[in-house]
Design a binder for this molecule. Structure first.
Ligand code: ZN
Ligand code: ZN
Length: 124
């Protein structure tokens, strides 16, 4: 019988049998949406177990929008400085004004496309 564990975006998936930590938890294709679960095989001991994705909790840990206690309403920006050509990119919450740098919309798109590619355990 397989055990089920919860995986968090901020933590690595850990094998419930041997405690092996997966360093690239988020390369596991189908675990992209809240409530998704998938069977994984431990690289270390070879046993199978279920992992359930709990993205809401990781959103909580990264902070909800203080204005409405929901997810931030991100607007992405990406531009190069005219002075030194440095790329500046990130996102800003239109609701509360919080900035996060070095985040691109493409990053999120990549995650989504990985989830569609079920064979793509190690795309790189
Ligand atoms: Zn294991
Ligand atoms: Zn916000």
């Amino acid at each position: 019988m397989s055990k089920e564990i919860e995986a968090f975006q901020t933590a690595e998936v850990t094998c419930p049998y041997c405690s092996f930590e997966f360093s690239d938890s988020w390369e596991f294709g189908s675990l992209r949406s809240d409530g998704d679960s998938d069977e994984m095989e431990c690289d270390e001991c070879g046993k199978k177990f279920y992992v359930r994705c709990n993205l809401e909790i990781s959103y909580t840990s990264s902070g909800l929008c203080k204005e409405n206690n929901k997810k931030h309403n991100w607007e992405y920006f990406d531009f190069s400085s005219e002075d030194d050509g440095k790329r500046c990119y990130g996102r800003k919450c239109l609701t509360c004004g919080k900035y996060e740098f070095d985040k691109t919309k493409e990053d999120e798109e990549v995650h989504k496309s990985v989830s569609k590619n079920k064979e793509g355990k190690s795309v790189a």
